[in-house]
Ligand binder design. Structure first.
Ligand SMILES: [Zn+2]
Length: 299
């Protein structure tokens, strides 16, 4: 199980949650020992450390830095997710299902529906960790990516305005429209991702009281092979995206504590499902009945 947090620097709650999870899993309880024997949990917390220090989405790297690393890219158009004002990249589109992919000038500027390049040191780091896990275990069973989303609601009025409940978390296992569009990926298993999401949804519903019960599906009309979720899903990992509502600028201490707790509950549900055998028995079709989020904030 590989967990990544804060690929967007201003999306902090997953980092706190995953460090809390590690503390729990490292404890002396019998359950913690059982989990450690049953599953290997690897965490890359606060992947975008520069973006976190700058309190922004992008990393801190110029296109010139990239060309220094990959001289063949001199004269190529800059990557579509390079922000010229911030002088940084949205690392969340720099992944490729081919871990041996070498950046080629003809593949730029790229698109949202295309694969990424591993031109950022952050994405290269996650790729290298993922590859080492594949070499050791064959398949990385589960990949979790922890994000924050902007304000959103469950309903939509006649003029497209937001109505209804305010979800505190959106989740998703859907990042690839048509796996065959990106080559031959026989281990791609969308149902495994759906089961994972249902297990997390159920765990948060069982808490009953607000805010942990207010979980929705992240928009499903997505095709994002350049994300780690998309690329690693093609390689056979069951994937789940956590989009906690709110960013560094929008939650005070108490609110942040609640937002962090729901991610911890969700991560614990994943670990429990993987280690107690219940995950395999989850009905993947129930994924389709999780309520959808409305309005379109940034991811
Ligand atoms: Zn994000």
């Amino acid at each position: 199980m590989l967990i990544e947090s804060q690929i967007h620097g201003n999306e902090p709650h997953g980092t706190t949650a995953v460090l809390n999870l590690l503390k729990t899993l490292g404890g002396s309880s019998q359950r913690a020992q059982e989990i450690r024997e049953a599953v290997t949990v690897v965490v890359v917390p606060q992947l975008n450390a520069d973006g976190a220090a700058l309190d922004r989405r992008q990393n801190d790297r110029t296109w010139d830095d990239v060309v220094d690393d990959f001289p063949d890219l001199a004269g190529a158009p800059t990557a579509w997710k390079y922000n010229t004002k911030a002088e940084g990249f949205d690392i969340n589109r720099d992944f490729n299902p081919d871990l041996d992919y070498v950046p080629a000038a003809g593949d730029f500027p790229g698109t949202s529906a295309g694969t990424g390049w591993y031109i950022t040191p952050e994405a290269q780091t996650v790729r290298d960790v993922y590859r080492s896990l594949e070499q050791e275990f064959g398949t990385v069973d589960t990949f979790v990516d922890l994000h924050n989303q902007g304000p959103c609601y469950t309903g939509e009025g006649p003029n497209g305005e937001a109505t209804g409940e305010y979800p505190t978390l959106s989740i998703s296992g859907r990042f690839i429209d048509d796996p065959s569009a990106f080559g031959d990926w026989p281990k791609f298993d969308y149902d495994a991702s759906r089961r994972l999401n249902v297990a997390v949804f159920d765990a948060l519903q069982q808490r009953g009281e607000s805010p942990h019960g207010a979980v929705t599906l992240y928009p499903q009309n997505t095709n994002l092979p350049g994300t780690a979720l998309g690329s690693f899903g093609l390689r056979g990992s069951a994937t789940i995206l956590f989009e906690t509502t709110g960013q560094t600028q929008t939650a005070g201490q108490k609110g942040a504590g609640q937002l962090t707790k729901q991610v911890e509950i969700g991560l614990t549900a994943v670990v429990d499902g993987m280690t107690d055998g219940t995950l395999a028995g989850v009905d993947a079709e129930r994924y389709e009945s999780i309520p959808e989020r409305r309005s379109i904030p940034r991811d």
